[in-house]
Design a protein around this ligand. Structure first.
Ligand code: C2R
Length: 190
């Protein structure tokens, strides 16, 4: 190998090393099918914004039960701190994962049939002992925010990012009121 080849090899090794160290996932986004992806992209986008390394997998308690078991039983030892699990219809996936791990599971009911009510009830109505922290139907962004809030309990830097995010929500309402001030009606007083 030439000296330049060697230098390039070393640089690539360092890059790979840093990449692996930085990008070890701490959140798992699991979905019952890739048909859930258009909804779950919102969770991925928020985790990206907060610079949280995460992984995404399609797994199904009905279609791939062995893989679900392997995932759930191995998640904690792989360093996963929060699992976001999304499913539509008879959404057993979230509860089945929660039954096999102590990692907190946030469930996202997907509106696939029956306006999502089937999935909502299947995820939220867990028997005592196996909680799934359920967000609203298709509320993937809220699932990601909740996941980051859980991670931020022991992380001041992340707390500050969330403070910034909440501040940006406030600004949205400030702007909304500025826009409303420009709307005029005969009997509108402000
Ligand atoms: P397809 O679009 O693949 O037919 O899936 C998925 O989350 C999806 O919303 C239709 C819907 O079935 C859901 N699904 C579950 C489970 N596996 C897939 N609820 C499960 O194991 O709970």
């Amino acid at each position: 190998m030439t000296i330049w080849g060697h230098a390039l090899h070393c640089q690539l090794s360092i890059f790979n090393y840093q990449f692996n160290v930085i990008m070890t996932p701490i959140v798992s986004i699991i979905m019952g099918s890739t048909s859930d992806l258009p909804v779950m992209e919102k969770a991925a986008k928020f985790l990206d914004e907060m610079e949280i390394p995460f992984e995404m997998h399609a797994l199904s308690a009905h279609r791939t039960p062995e893989e679900v078991e392997a995932f759930a039983k191995g998640a904690k030892d792989r360093g996963i701190k929060v699992i976001i699990a999304a499913a539509g219809m008879a959404a057993h996936l979230c509860g089945v994962i929660a039954s096999m791990t102590t990692v907190p599971v946030i469930g996202v009911p997907i509106n696939s049939t029956l306006d999502g009510m089937d999935a909502l009830l299947a995820i939220v109505q867990m028997p005592p002992g196996i909680p799934v922290a359920t967000v609203g139907i298709n509320a993937a962004q809220n699932a990601a925010i909740l996941a980051v809030q859980i991670l931020a309990v022991g992380d001041e830097n992340l707390q500050q990012k969330l403070v910034g995010y909440k501040e940006s929500l406030k600004q949205k309402i400030v702007k909304a009121n500025e826009d409303l001030a420009k709307v005029s009606f005969k009997f509108k007083t402000n």
